[in-house]
Ligand binder design. Structure first.
Ligand SMILES: [Zn+2]
Length: 309
């Protein structure tokens, strides 16, 4: 089964880190506008030219849309909407790469809504269904609603939240955090979010220290809290780079505390509200983007001797 989905009535992909706080025009995607936010403290709206606080824009939208998967769209994910004509009883394969998603995209959540009240789509699967969508193709079956002659024809709105791939070693952790949040598994989501930040920060800082100190000494000295609050601000200050915004650093502190509660005290997953999860994920996404922004300057002079002594 499976016809290729052709002739969609509507295709729209949005990758917006929230909306302008003045005119609600969508901001560019997080990876695009975060550098400007880190450097000057705001993002300039392309529509009304006013300044927006990117952190507030991204977080407020994520909280407003939580717990749906759409909440993740302002934290670095993308949302693609497609409206397809369908006929009941027929199968359709929707390949996201045909609609602008890269081949390494990971699907986080899906929504199918019948627009003509006579049919909708369900995900089609083999005899051992995978609970998460693998790859970038959706295999759908159009099923009729209610009574009436069959087959019937109608339109189905398909909404997919997905995230781009990235070469950074920390990225798989952040993607897994997003995936878990989309499934409303907030405890593992925050554990992976914290790991993503640590993996994007600690190796860089340790490699800086190893330029002048033995590896075993560096490892004993360096910890995440020192890195976040002292070492990173120092290195960035010395290099003439903008420091991480206080609001992001404070949120990263809360994320670390939450992660420690989860893994050391066995905090019940239900104790984490969708809003707290969104703040943690927002902190991780901004922390990740900040490290990506400063990494080229801080790693100048690399590679260093890896002998470690
Ligand atoms: Zn605006």
């Amino acid at each position: 089964m499976g016809e290729n989905a052709t002739n969609p009535n509507l295709i729209d992909t949005r990758e917006a880190a929230g909306s302008c706080s003045h005119c609600r025009y969508l901001l560019p995607r997080l990876a695009e506008c975060a550098p400007s936010y880190f450097d000057v403290g705001y993002v300039t709206c392309k529509h009304c030219s006013e300044k927006s606080d990117l952190w507030q824009a991204a977080l407020s939208k994520a909280i407003a849309l939580s717990p749906s998967g759409w909440a993740l769209a302002s934290l670095g994910a993308a949302q693609t909407s497609i409206v397809l004509p369908m006929e009941s009883g027929k199968g359709y394969e929707v390949q996201l790469t045909d609609y602008g998603a890269p081949a390494d995209a990971k699907i986080l959540s899906t929504n199918y809504t019948g627009q003509t009240k006579n049919l909708t789509a369900i995900e089609w699967h083999g005899n051992s269904p995978q609970r998460r969508v693998q790859g970038t193709a959706l295999r759908l079956l159009a099923v009729p609603f209610g009574e009436g002659p069959l087959p019937c024809e109608g339109r189905v709105a398909i909404s997919v939240v997905w995230i781009r791939g990235n070469d950074s070693p920390a990225w798989p952790y952040l993607a897994t955090a997003f995936e878990a949040a989309a499934a409303r598994d907030y405890a593992p989501s925050l554990v992976f979010a914290q790991s993503a930040v640590e993996i994007s920060m600690m190796p860089l800082i340790e490699s800086r220290f190893r330029r002048h100190a033995p590896e075993r000494r560096v490892r004993r000295f360096t910890n995440y809290s020192r890195a976040l609050h002292v070492i990173l601000p120092y290195l960035c200050g010395e290099a003439g780079l903008a420091k991480m915004p206080d609001i992001v650093r404070d949120a990263l502190d809360r994320l670390r505390d939450k992660r420690n509660e989860i893994i050391h005290r066995g905090i019940h997953a239900a104790a984490i509200s969708p809003q707290a999860a969104m703040e943690g994920l927002c902190a991780a996404a901004f922390g990740f983007e900040y490290m990506r922004h400063v990494e080229p300057s801080l790693s100048k002079g690399e590679p260093v001797s890896a002998s470690g002594q």
